[in-house]
Design a protein around this ligand. Structure first.
Ligand code: PBS
Length: 283
């Protein structure tokens, strides 16, 4: 068992609310892996950098061009949706969520995606060179997709953004943000007993805290043997940008001796933490 390789998908999220024919707002945000890099408030003309390296390797001029494209897009998007609502006789309020981005893989290949949801459900996506309705979408979306696909200029811009701009930005972000993105913090681990699950049984608890990044492997073991009943908590955030998790095991009181908790994490570089039940913890 190994902790999976790190990867850094770049995700741009857009949330648009249309309360009625005139009140609307659109907010945006972007993430690289676990880190938020950009935010764009409806109240602002410009995208805000949340990291000193959020410009990637783009020049001021390249960034201004991109910013201009997005400003035009935000205005056009709002107007287009208001027109679709009339054309399709849809009712307000309307919530739209867009998720677009890319991931750069070893060997400089990249993959990308662009999905749009209406009332929380996928309705259309951009696939290759054109817009397509989502499999379970309501039939009225076909009319909107037809209109959108007639705008070749926009289709070309979307392809340029997804196939060229996005991987270029990400390559620059990965370089400029390298030290923060590759941050590694070692976990600490300790054992305790939880509330007895039933008479004659113990709940063994292995706490793992203070690690970064998220992927971690924690198992209750007997020697080399993984104990099948290990239960994991959700990953919980600590206040210092590290993570916390616990793994529990319900065992008959007589069988606790000889069990250990094993922790694998990328920061440990193969030096797994192994804690033995009945070692130095208070039970
Ligand atoms: C409730 C109804 C649900 C329907 C959901 C529909 C979702 C639609 C998503 C469409 C996204 C594009 C919206 C704007 C686009 O239609 C068009 O009006 C503008 N196009 C652009 O701004 C291109 C950039 C798109 C980037 C998207 C990445 C997030 C303006 O288009 C016009 O001007 C451009 C040049 O600025 C071209 O000349 C284009 O041909 C022309 O139509």
């Amino acid at each position: 068992p190994e902790v999976p390789q790190r990867h850094f998908p770049f995700r741009c999220l857009q949330i648009s609310s249309f309360a009625n024919g005139s009140w609307t707002r659109t907010d945006g945000l972007a993430w690289l892996g676990e880190l938020q890099t950009h935010t764009w408030s409806n109240d602002s003309d410009t995208i805000r950098f949340l990291k000193p390296w959020a410009r990637g390797k783009f020049s001021d001029q390249q960034w201004d061009m991109l910013q201009h494209t997005f400003r035009v897009y935000r205005t056009s998007f709002t107007r287009d949706i208001q027109e679709f609502v009339k054309m399709l006789r849809l009712a307000y309020p309307i919530e739209l969520q867009l998720s677009a981005g890319c991931e750069v893989h070893p060997g400089n290949t990249s993959t990308n995606f662009f999905h749009i949801a209406h009332e929380g459900k996928d309705i259309l996506s951009f696939q290759g060179t054109s817009w397509e309705p989502a499999p379970e979408a309501p039939v009225w979306i076909n009319a909107a997709v037809g209109v959108l696909n007639r705008d070749q200029g926009t289709r070309e811009t979307v392809q340029w953004l997804l196939n060229d701009t996005c991987p270029q930005l990400v390559t620059g972000l990965l370089e400029a943000g390298k030290s923060e993105l590759e941050k590694q913090v070692k976990p600490e681990a300790w054992l305790s007993s939880g509330p007895s699950p039933r008479p004659g049984h113990l709940l063994l608890v292995c706490h793992v805290s203070g690690f970064y990044p998220k992927p971690v492997w924690v198992r209750w073991m007997r020697g080399e043997q993984e104990q099948p009943g290990t239960q994991h908590s959700d990953l919980l955030p600590n206040a210092d940008w590290t993570w916390y998790l616990r793994a529990t095991l319900d065992v008959a009181a007589g069988e606790a001796a000889g069990l250990s908790c094993q922790v694998k994490h990328s920061s440990l570089e193969g030096q797994d933490i192994i804690l033995h039940w009945g070692g130095s913890h208070a039970s």
